[in-house]
Write a protein that binds this ligand. Structure first.
Ligand SMILES: Nc1ncnc2c1ncn2[C@@H]1O[C@H](COP(=O)(O)OP(=O)(O)OP(=O)(O)O)[C@@H](O)[C@H]1O
Ligand SMILES: [Mg+2]
Length: 476
């Protein structure tokens, strides 16, 4: 289905495409930013936690049983700071009892720097917390660091204090720099991508504007056709009536040449009348103003009626018009006149595009629907014209159709009306052999049908059959 929509609406497809591009690019940028921010915070947390874990594990493996020994603890912490350049200082707080804390710090710190809030958070939540902090070490200017407060566990696995690790910001800055570099790279790639898209499709936006303008022109055209067709209808009726009266005039009837002229006026005004009606239908359908009645009726009656109307036309061309009638009524729901119009178009076409042979109309009952087929032995349709058959003003132009009058609106109107009544239309054709159009409409159970012949058997009780025997053959 989308294939067709896109094929028919080139501009619409391009408009949708440009909208996707417009939505995709900012989305890509937002996703990129979110991804980078998340990976940055993940990398940073990872690095900081690693340092804190290192200090924690050193204390846990070597010192937990000797925490009372201030001197030993201090010397191990000092060694750790000396070995790992990015760890600039360490503080260890140990809860001695409810009120008292023991406090050990590395030589690099001249005084306790800790953040009581961070300590409290780490201790009560049992996990590490960090913040950026400026600390002056050994009389040097203040240096930017990350303070990681992590809980300290005793041998029994209980929390016994907090370790504060001061990590140099230099390494973290490296991570930041790496993330910024990554971000710039991705941004550049995205920009190149956008640029390529814009270079390749810069005309898309122009086309979007053109599409809107085309739509306006199309609407204007629809309005024009609708008004023009309405305005044409009145004078056309007047011409037809006068021509009819002239044809009845005894002077003219006595003059063969003049009668011929009058008949030509009648024929031309009738053709013009059909064209005006078709144009009005097109404009009503396109503006969604086509009103359809909703009634339940026997589809066989409608087809019989159309056959009766077109018999003379088939006879004029010496064609056999065969109708294989339904054995029992089959009910469908919708607009009776529009269904009649559908069959007039299809059977009319079959007669129009058949030079010799037969036009056969048959019914085939399906589970919950009825298929009506119109088969002819006519000129057929070239395979390459089949896919555009149901488009407006689409006609096959060749030697055989050169002198056949028509506007190419009939099948489009037929397709639209069929769809509006919940039906489907199919076509099969072999060039120079014949064509078959089929329409399928949902059937209505007999009991819910309206005032039609209610004394007949219900199709549910006695399933109706298309009866090949009861053939109405209006063979010319
Ligand atoms: N039964 C058929 N056999 C062969 N060609 C057909 C048949 N029905 C339709 N066509 C082809 O499809 C084209 C479109 O049909 P459509 O009924 O829309 O237009 P039309 O008959 O040319 O004009 P009008 O608008 O007056 O009906 C025709 O011009 C014809 O070439
Ligand atoms: Mg037609």
């Amino acid at each position: 289905m989308w294939d067709n929509v896109f094929k028919n609406n080139k501009y619409l497809a391009q408009l949708i495409y440009s909208m996707i591009v417009v939505i995709l690019i900012p989305s890509a940028l937002v996703i990129n930013t979110i991804y980078l921010l998340r990976s940055f915070s993940r990398d940073m947390d990872y690095e900081l936690n690693n340092k804190a874990l290192l200090v924690e594990s050193v204390i846990a493996t070597h010192l937990v049983d000797k925490l009372e020994n201030e001197a030993e603890l201090k010397s191990v912490l000092d060694d750790l700071v000396a070995d790992l350049s990015e760890i600039r200082a360490i503080e260890v707080f140990r809860l001695k009892d409810q009120k008292n804390l023991s406090f050990t710090t590395t030589a690099s710190l001249t005084r306790a720097v800790y953040d009581p809030v961070l300590n409290h958070l780490a201790f009560s939540a049992g996990k590490a917390f960090s913040k950026e902090i400026y600390v002056a070490l050994g009389g040097k200017p203040a240096e930017r660091m990350w303070l990681v407060a992590s809980p300290m566990y005793g041998q029994a696995g209980t929390k016994i204090g907090v370790i504060n690790t001061y990590v140099s910001a230099a390494q973290i800055d490296e991570i930041t720099q790496r993330t910024v570099n990554d971000s710039i790279k991705i941004l550049l790639i995205t920009l190149v991508f956008i640029l390529l898209l814009l270079i390749n499709h810069f005309s898309l936006f122009e086309r979007a504007v053109a599409f809107i303008k085309l739509k306006e022109v199309d609407d204007l055209k629809d309005d024009f056709i609708s008004i023009a067709a309405h305005e044409l209808k009145t004078p056309l009726t007047v011409i037809k009536n006068y021509a009819y009266l002239l044809g009845k005039n005894e002077h003219i009837q006595g003059n063969g040449e003049m009668l011929d002229e009058v008949n030509k006026i009648m024929l031309s005004s009738s053709r013009l009348g059909v064209l005006v009606d078709d144009l009005l239908d097109v404009s009503r359908i396109e503006m969604n103003r086509m009103k359809l009645d909703e009634e339940t009726f026997n589809i066989g009656d409608v087809v019989s009626n159309v056959i009766a109307q077109l018999t003379a036309e088939a006879q004029n061309k010496q064609l056999a018009l065969v109708y294989q009638k339904l054995e029992t009524p089959i009910y469908v729901s919708g607009d009776k006149n529009k269904l009649e119009q559908i069959f007039i178009n299809l059977i009319g076409n079959a007669i129009k595009y058949t030079l010799q042979g037969t036009v056969t109309v048959t019914h085939e009952l399906e589970k919950k629907s009825i298929k009506t087929s119109i088969k002819d032995t006519g000129i057929g349709i070239p395979p390459d014209k089949m896919n555009r058959l149901f488009e407006k003003f689409s006609r096959v132009f060749n030697e055989k159709t050169k002198y056949v009058p028509g506007t190419g609106l009939g099948l489009w109107i037929t397709k639209e009306l069929t769809a509006k009544m919940g039906g489907k239309i199919y076509v099969e054709s072999i060039e120079n052999t014949g064509t078959q159009f089929s329409v399928v409409f949902p059937t209505v159970p007999f009991s819910t049908s309206s005032s039609e012949n209610t004394s007949g058997p219900s199709p549910a009780q006695a399933p109706a059959q298309a009866n090949p025997q009861s053939t109405e053959n209006t063979d010319a």
